[in-house]
Write a protein that binds this ligand. Structure first.
Ligand code: CO
Length: 292
């Protein structure tokens, strides 16, 4: 029971932080200020940052998070995806929304991913097949005249794990795996004006611990120890490592040694404009959407 309560607490924090993020996502705010304020809000609400706030704009579908020297500013007409994770005792709630800043050109694109998520949630119960969730998402987005992004998926979440089994598809992949009691899953449809694929882009400054092999450099060892204590295998950003003045050097070293891996931005292959909506759902008789 404690587990479910922790999930619910994490979900409350993540959804409040998302609504706060929405309220300050205005023309003129820098990406850095937006990310930092949302992360500060998560901590104020009693949670911890589950992964660095992603601010992915227009054709970038996901995994963009500002570096400490980023001076980018939100502009009128931008289609901004805010993807937010908060954890409580390691239980991570993952939620995302899309905001079009100051214009209304992509209202239907945003509605497409929102309605796809709602329709998917409506069929979620113990025993629902993963492929059926994908089908509902795909059908809804196509009905709006857009494409689902097929090579991005929802995922399971677990304590101290942001991406775990199962993969929750955004199209009908015919997966007959059924949802089971006690699972926690994030469903995150992406709708695009392109053909529905993303590729790897620039490195984004987000890392996670992938292999705890011994390292010779004593400062690098200290950093690994800090990461283990603070994040375990959850993702973190170079901008969070203010205690380590030589963080960039140490991260490069640890990435080269295979101890850390760095994520990349995920741009649309056709430079299509992308919308995303995401909720985390705890699977039991009630199937509570914890990030509502
Ligand atoms: Co997610």
């Amino acid at each position: 029971m404690e587990t479910k309560e922790d999930w619910i607490k994490a979900g409350e924090i993540a959804s409040k932080a998302r609504e706060y993020g929405k309220s300050i996502c205005k023309e003129g705010i820098t990406y850095l200020e937006l990310a930092t304020k949302i992360e500060t809000k998560i901590v104020e609400l009693g949670g911890k940052v589950g992964f660095p706030v992603d601010i992915s704009v227009n054709e970038i579908a996901a995994h963009a998070s500002p570096f400490p020297d980023d001076v980018s500013v939100i502009k009128k007409g931008d289609v901004v995806k805010l993807d937010i994770g908060a954890h409580y005792n390691g239980y991570v709630a993952d939620t995302a929304c899309t905001i079009e800043v100051g214009t209304n050109n992509y209202k239907k694109l945003i509605e497409a991913s929102e309605e796809a998520l709602n329709n998917a949630i409506n069929i979620v119960k113990i025993g629902t097949k993963l492929g059926d969730i994908g089908k509902v998402i795909q059908d809804t987005i196509i009905k709006f005249g857009f494409s689902p992004v097929k090579n991005l998926s929802g995922h399971g979440v677990a304590q101290w794990e942001i991406h775990t089994w199962p993969t929750v598809p955004n199209y009908d992949n015919n997966d007959k795996t059924e949802l089971k009691r006690g699972m926690c899953i994030a469903i995150e449809p992406f709708a695009t004006t392109g053909r529905g694929m993303i590729k790897d882009g620039k490195k984004c400054g987000v890392y996670s611990l992938v292999n705890l092999r011994p390292v010779r450099d004593s400062n690098a060892r200290k950093l690994v120890e800090y990461i283990q204590n603070e994040y375990k295998t959850l993702p973190f950003h170079v901008r969070h490592l203010t205690k380590f003045p030589n963080a960039n050097y140490l991260l490069r070293l640890l990435e080269r040694e295979g101890v850390l891996m760095q994520y990349t931005q995920l741009p649309d292959v056709d430079n299509g404009i992308v919308s995303q909506t995401e909720h985390t759902i705890y699977i039991d008789d009630e199937c509570v959407v914890i990030t509502r």
